[in-house]
Design a binder for this molecule. Sequence first.
Ligand code: F6P
Length: 551
Amino acid sequence: MAEAAKALVTRRPRKRPAWRALEAHYKKVRELHLRHMFADDAQRGERLTVEATGLFLDYSKNRITDETIELLVQLAEQSGLRDRIDATFRGDKINVTENRAVLHIALRAPRDASILVDGHNVVPDVHAVLDKMADFCNRVRNGEWKGFTGKRIRNVINIGIGGSDLGPVMAYEALRHYSERSMTFRFVSNVDATDFAEAVHDLDPAETLFIVSSKTFTTLETMANAHTAREWSVKGFGGDENSVSKHFVAVSTNAKEVAKFGIDTANMFEFWDWVGGRYSMDSAIGLSTMLAIGPDNFRAMLDGFHQMDEHFRSAPFERNLPVLMGLLGVWYADFFEAETVAVLPYDQYLKRFPAYLQQLTMESNGKHVTLDGKEVTYQTGPIYWGEPGTNGQHSFYQLIHQGTKLIPCDFIAFTETLNPLGRHHDMLIANVFAQAEALAFGKTAEQVKAEGTPDWLVPHRVFEGNRPSNMILAERLTPETLGKLVALYEHSVFTQGAIWKIDSFDQWGVELGKVLAQRIIPELESAEEPPLNHDSSTNNLIRRYRKASHG
Ligand code: F6P
């Protein structure tokens, strides 16, 4: 990088010329209404679109002008985004607080690629695990892998939490259409015993396989559930511990802990510390996904991820889907001060996609200091939330249309349905298009009056409009499309992290609560009244619980 460019990158984000220019530019743009921007530019709806890897993004209904995009792209350049992308793909240790490379892109690299971590090409390792997974999945799916009593495996339960759960659940739901319908897939994450109890209540241990998924294999919730599962399973075989090898497999980076738990490491599927938990659904953490949809579909999903990786790496920023979406997110978070982003998939199969994105976006970019440990002076990661359409329309959309908060929306829809029944799909798509239109253009008092609305009711029925949204359209929800969609958001999060100069790949914010819980557990369980040294509220709550549960 040239010296001048380097100097800009080292500046604090708000001191970069493009950020300053955006501040001035924002003052003009905030006064503009989408209604007028569209009226003044007949081509806007066609011009402000990008299509890549089969995903079409219409970003014309955003509160932007051509100049906004130019400035945002300059901001990306002045933030060193290009270098950050190259450093990541090179295997540099860009996760500075954990001194780790960030290489989920290696999980979907083709066999002949070479990606080095500390001089070692990790791509053959990735494919060796994928081959082992495929072999295992084929044997379970065709009945060759039998349970301890010789019965076929009909039920698969993934035990994991966070990235070891949300990706597998989301992918299973999203790709259910492609799943082996003769098998049952369930997911246990919560340390609340209800999760486990409900998952197994109608299952036969002889037909049930548990996948214990945990990067560290030390996570409290997962280990508690794994031990409970083991007791439940072994009890089903009259206490015979030899059954474990037929009913438990592990996915982890920690072979030592896996062996300690009693799972033969031959039945362990490995991944590596350069895969972040929330970026791991395409690693061995996707074992339940592969069992459900089969190895070929899983590889098609990886190919979708890879296509988006290549697009992200090579497309110019102004035509780059993840970069554009990331920059628009920065525009709303830091200039309009929007606190949240709603993700609204118009596809029932994507019902867990917003929940999945919550960890991806918020664990990644919910940070308050820069890479060099300085307090940020701007907003970082917004709150992501959402529900599939059209359900949300009859619930929270009211606030998006007429409330006092600005909520940028990402709509996701498919031109073809996987379940063509009557007119359902046309009605679904009409709704998603209508929502984006209503949000952008609203309804003026004149229009409301012209409908004969009495004067007193007019303000209630006015839609201000000027509510921004992206529309992401694809042909069909396939494994490949899902891979592209997830990678789109992964790289959009990355883009934002680069602008905000934060470490998007650590998650220290989850530590404190974990440590405090470990201290409180024995205080709840001890037979003797324990000395309590918390604040008066926590002490009181502990005493109250003890009284209720110890009688
Ligand atoms: O909650 C923090 C976290 O470390 C997540 O980042 C991770 O996905 C989750 O816990 C589960 O961790 P593990 O896979 O090690 O059990």
